[in-house]
Design a protein around this ligand. Sequence first.
Ligand SMILES: C[S@@+](CC[C@H](N)C(=O)[O-])C[C@H]1O[C@@H](n2cnc3c(N)ncnc32)[C@H](O)[C@@H]1O
Length: 271
Amino acid sequence: MIKITNDEFRLLANYIKECSGIHLKQEKKALLMGRLTSLVTELQMESFMDFYDYLKKDDEGVVLSKVIDRITTNHTYFMRESEHFGYLQTEVLPFMKSTIKNRDLRVWCAASSTGEEPYTLAMILEDYFGKEIVKWDKKLLATDISLDVLDTAKKGIYMKEKVDSIPKMWVVNYFNKLDTMSYQIKEHMRSQVIYRRFNLLEQNFPFKAKFHVIFCRNVMIYFDNKTKEELINKFYNALEYGGYLFIGHSESIDRNKTQLKYIKPAVYRKV
Ligand SMILES: C[S@@+](CC[C@H](N)C(=O)[O-])C[C@H]1O[C@@H](n2cnc3c(N)ncnc32)[C@H](O)[C@@H]1O
């Protein structure tokens, strides 16, 4: 097995943080070695230093994407932290419906992983607007740094166990059964979500218009405080006044360092 030296760990950890915001403390050395060894071997490299040199030359970020997949979890599921979706339905969408005069609703699911979160949002919006949906110019953007999770998300194919936990009406309305083991999100729902690769560490968010709702859940756990504060500030700028930011329930925002208003656990608003 190829071993990682302290110097190699430091170089790799600094580079990963610089590129993705993911903060690996010294005690994660064994974890990094364990998770990356197979990739280093696959690439037929003899040391982590060779791998580091290779990673630095990876302009397209393809290898970086694989590294991130190995050191973070892509774990997600439909209706995760379901209180958020309840609040969206009962408070946020009625407000947006009555205040967005041009009917142009923009929702961003940042760090969308394999798609369960943006498709949950798509189903909530579809149910909420009902027949009126055709009068709305909705945009549902879903982004992630990982190419692999975006590929899975675009296909929208999920194992039966994942689909079993969601309301039966959703399965009937929004999924096609492929076989005894799997389901696929129907085409008319898949086409509602625009998937793009996007690194939350980008200094400038390239979006032309501001968002009414941003979901960014269970990714900031990997970032240090400074990276988190900068990201929250960028979200603030990317939100419309009156717009909402949802974060993971195990994540927090230092209320002294943001202009966002705390509304309820893991829900903030630009006022
Ligand atoms: C645990 S999943 C969260 C999925 C979903 N938001 C949820 O709460 O269920 C974390 C995701 O963050 C993505 N990620 C990690 N660093 C990122 C970055 N710098 N920019 C964008 N996405 C990132 C990972 O690829 C992964 O898919």
